[in-house]
Design a protein around this ligand. Structure first.
Ligand SMILES: [Zn+2]
Length: 157
């Protein structure tokens, strides 16, 4: 189900939308093999119809399957926008598309989530990397492995 809100339902009171958006529906084309969506996007948002615009507020959550750019180990990264706000005008150049009184919020969710994707994912900020010369860096690389796999296992459940 796409994330669609019917404007007619908003005439008298705000709408609360809570659910999950499948990855296929979200259609996140990152072009980046290091970062992929690992599950459905969870949303918990409130939609309010203003005089000449829609105001969308709420939380968005998405689990990402990342690959560390330094040590190449896979790990999961939880992306969360706790106070996502989206303002969609009905008029002007930036007006939102309305089809049969309905507005599809998916493109706006997609856009803002993509902005939050890590550009250079690291399993941890001080990851020692794959090829190391010093004992200390090697130790760091070893340490990042078990936790990353543990996170993955949790996700599969
Ligand atoms: Zn790493």
């Amino acid at each position: 189900m796409p994330l669609i809100v019917n404007l007619r339902h908003l005439e008298e009171h705000n709408a609360t939308l809570c659910g999950e958006l499948p990855v296929d529906e979200l259609d996140l084309e990152t072009g980046d093999e290091m970062v992929q969506a690992a599950g459905p996007l969870q949303y918990d948002i409130e939609v309010q119809k203003l005089e000449s615009s829609l105001l969308v507020r709420g939380a968005l959550r998405l689990a990402l399957q990342c690959q560390c750019v330094r040590c190449l180990k896979p790990f999961t990264h939880g992306l969360e926008l706790k106070a996502w706000t989206c303002h969609l005008p009905f008029e002007g150049e930036d007006r939102v598309a309305i089809v049969n009184d309905c507005v599809d919020l998916t493109p706006f969710v997609r856009e803002d989530m993509l902005l939050e994707f890590p550009q250079h994912p690291l399993c941890k900020p001080d990851c020692g990397g794959l090829k190391t010369k010093t004992g200390k860096a090697q130790k760091n690389a070893d340490e990042c492995a078990p936790s990353a796999w543990a996170e993955l296992d949790k996700l599969k459940l």
